[in-house]
Design a protein around this ligand. Structure first.
Ligand code: NAP
Length: 321
């Protein structure tokens, strides 16, 4: 195989292999913003949607903190608008999932269920997944009382009783945020000590709306069209009981979707892709944007901003190579 001076191989695509200038993996706000910017730079981007079209944001009933929508916008509606806008400028969207990547040389080889792409540059925006409890009733009631985002859904629980699961910073921070709306916030933690920092602990303990149930786990979510109660189990004595609630917020950590890139891209100790301030990964020509590279902000607007930045940098990269 011949390599030219740009690090590209001179290999011709085998039949069935599809060359693409910018390949975007993931269809959340970061992915579609990247596609929009790359399309407007005439880079003919192709977006692989993955299994979760629109990413985590599309699971949100209403997004009210994305600028430009004073009355809010449904998460899945926003994803469709993102797609429409990117396609309007020439982005191609494939309902397909990357299953294997080879970043050892350019063009990067990305295999999906249906094709193999040879990408001159790659934007990874595969997002992160909130960890679920994986108990009966949880999946069925997502968006009907079960939520993984207080900022997104808290407003719907005005004067309601909610349960929060977790004992880390997220659980306490999001639980405290929920007290703006909810009548009561009951934090259920599996131990008798919180993992969260001292300041958040003090604030939560001082808040009259916050109650704690210690040494307990949720074993089932009860309700047909909406959450009515959760089944709790006391881990010290084994007792189980039904705890009535209007909502269940789960904050037991996130898992970045980086399995595909392990061993090829530098990841931090929690598995997030390491990027510099220009969204560049350790592999020249590979950029990462959105939650897959952001354990901190996790907002639609920040992810979209990173996607736009990644596409602008991919454009610079391709100009220079
Ligand atoms: P985390 O620190 O990993 O905490 C997860 C919590 O969920 C822990 O209390 C854990 O219990 C509990 N948990 C895990 N699996 C569970 C299960 N299956 N059932 C019940 N409970 C379970 O995650 P995080 O709170 O999302 O925070 C992630 C990182 O972001 C941390 O480094 C945190 O400091 C940071 N963060 C910082 C801020 C802030 O500074 N304001 C805000 C949010 C997040 P155990 O304690 O028993 O392990």
């Amino acid at each position: 195989m011949d390599f030219n001076l740009t690090g590209m191989t001179n290999e011709q695509p085998a039949s069935g292999e599809k060359p693409v200038k910018v390949l975007v993996i993931g269809s959340g706000p970061a992915g579609f913003a990247a596609a929009l910017y790359a399309a407007r730079a005439n880079l003919d981007p192709l977006v692989l949607t993955g299994l979760e079209f629109g990413g985590q944001a599309s699971l949100t009933f209403a997004i009210e903190n994305y600028p430009g929508f004073p009355d809010g916008v449904g998460g899945s509606e926003l994803a469709q608008l993102f797609q429409k806008q990117a396609e309007k400028f020439g982005a191609q969207v494939e309902f397909d999932t990357a299953v294997e990547v080879d970043l050892s040389r350019r063009p990067f080889r990305v295999k999906t269920y249906n094709a193999t792409y040879l990408a001159d540059s790659l934007i990874v925006s595969t997002g992160a997944a909130s960890r679920h409890l994986d108990v009966p009733g949880e999946k069925e009631l997502i968006g009907r009382g079960v939520s993984y985002c207080a900022t997104c859904d808290g407003w719907f629980f005005r004067e309601k009783d909610v349960v929060v699961v977790g004992g880390g910073d997220s659980a306490l921070e999001e639980g405290l945020f929920l007290t703006r709306y909810a009548k009561s916030v009951t934090i259920v933690h599996r131990r008798d000590q919180l993992r969260a920092g001292a300041v958040l602990q003090e604030r939560a303990e001082a808040n009259p709306k916050v109650k704690f149930i210690w040494n307990a786990v949720v074993t089932e979510v009860i309700g047909k069209d909406a959450v009515k109660a959760v089944c709790l189990k006391d881990l010290t004595i084994g007792k189980t009981w039904e705890h009535p609630t209007d909502g269940l917020f789960v904050f037991i950590g996130h898992t970045p979707n980086t399995q595909l890139f392990r061993g090829q891209l530098d990841l931090d100790d929690k598995g997030y892709i390491k990027v510099d301030s220009l969204q560049r990964t350790n592999v020249p020509g590979v950029f990462a944007a959105g939650e897959v590279a952001d354990p901190h902000f996790r907002q639609v607007i920040t992810s979209a901003g990173m996607g736009a930045a990644a596409a602008m940098e991919a454009n610079h990269f391709l100009d220079n190579h």
